[in-house]
Design a protein. Sequence first.
Length: 333
Amino acid sequence: MGKHFKYNQKTAFEIKKCCLWVLIIVIFPCSLFAQLKWKNVDSLFQPLPDNVHVFFTNDSLEGKPNIAYYISAPLKDKELLFTLDTTLYRRLTPTQYFEKNNQPLLVMNCTFFEFKNNTNVSAAIKNGKLVGFNVHSIAGKGKDTLTYYHSLGSALGIDKNRNASIAWLYTDSSKKYAFASNTVIKNFKDSIPNLSYKTITSSNNLYKWKMQTAVGGGPVLLKNASIQITNKEEIKFSSKTGLTDKHPRTAMGYTNDGQLIMVVIQGRFPAKAEGATLVQEAQIFKDLGCIEALNLDGGGSSCLLINGKQTIAPSDKEGQRPVPCVFMIQKSK
C-alpha cells in the first residue's frame, strides 16, 4: 500500500490539538483587542450642550474588570472655551477648581507635578502664555550619579483657530514660547545638569509652538492614527514595566473631524476596576477614531468632573487628590 497515512486514535488527538491551537491563534487576538462597547450617559450629567456627549463602559479589558468614561466636544464650537487653571506652590482638588472657576462644564486633571513645591513638571499654556514648564533633565543613579538624562516632554495644544496638535516641547522660563518638534527626539545623556536651548536646537529643527491652550503629560500614545508610545524617548515610566503596568489613567486625544476626546479609566480597585496599561489606553483612543492622543498624569490624580459630578472613583482612599493644574471646558456666557 506504500506510505499511506494511517489514521488511529493518537493521530485523531494530534489533529484535534492542532485545530485547537489554530482557534486560539485566530480567535484570541480578536477577543484580546475587541473594541469596548460604550453607552451614552448624557442624561446623568445634564445640562450639556447638544454637541457634547458622555459615554461609559464597564466592558472587561482583556478579561479584567474595567470602568471608564469619555467625553467628546467639538473644538470648533465657539460657545465652548478650552482652557486651564493652575496654582502657584499649592494644589487644589478638582472640585475646588470647579467652585473657583464658576462651575465649568468639565474639570480634569492633566499635568505631572512634584509634591515638594506643588509645582508642574509638565508644560502648560493658558491664554497663549507658558504657565508650566517641562523638567528636561533627570539625574542618574548608582554608578551614573554624575550623568544626566535629557528628554523633551509631550503636550497637546489648541491654537487660536481651534486646531489641536501634539508635539514634543522644549520649555524655558526665559523664553516667551515653547519650542516644538513634530517628531519624537531620542533622549540623550551627558554630565551637564540642565538642558539648554542651544544644546537642543543645535541638532534639531524646533519651531515656536504658538498655542492658546496646552497641557503636558506623556508619553504620546497615538501619532498619525497609529499607536506610537514614546515612553522610552520621554523617560516617563520604567523601561521594564512601563508599558504593561496597570493604573488609573487620564488622557486626551482628538479626531480628524475635530472632536476633542477626554478619557478617564478607573483603577486600583481589585475585582472591580483594575486600570489599564499604556498599550490598552492607546488602543482605546485608536478605536475611538483619534489621530493623535496623549497620556496625562494618572494614578491617584485621575479625576474627571462633568458639571461638578464625578465620573470614575479616585483611587486614593482620601478621595480626590489635590493637583496644581486642571484642564477645563467652560461654556461661553
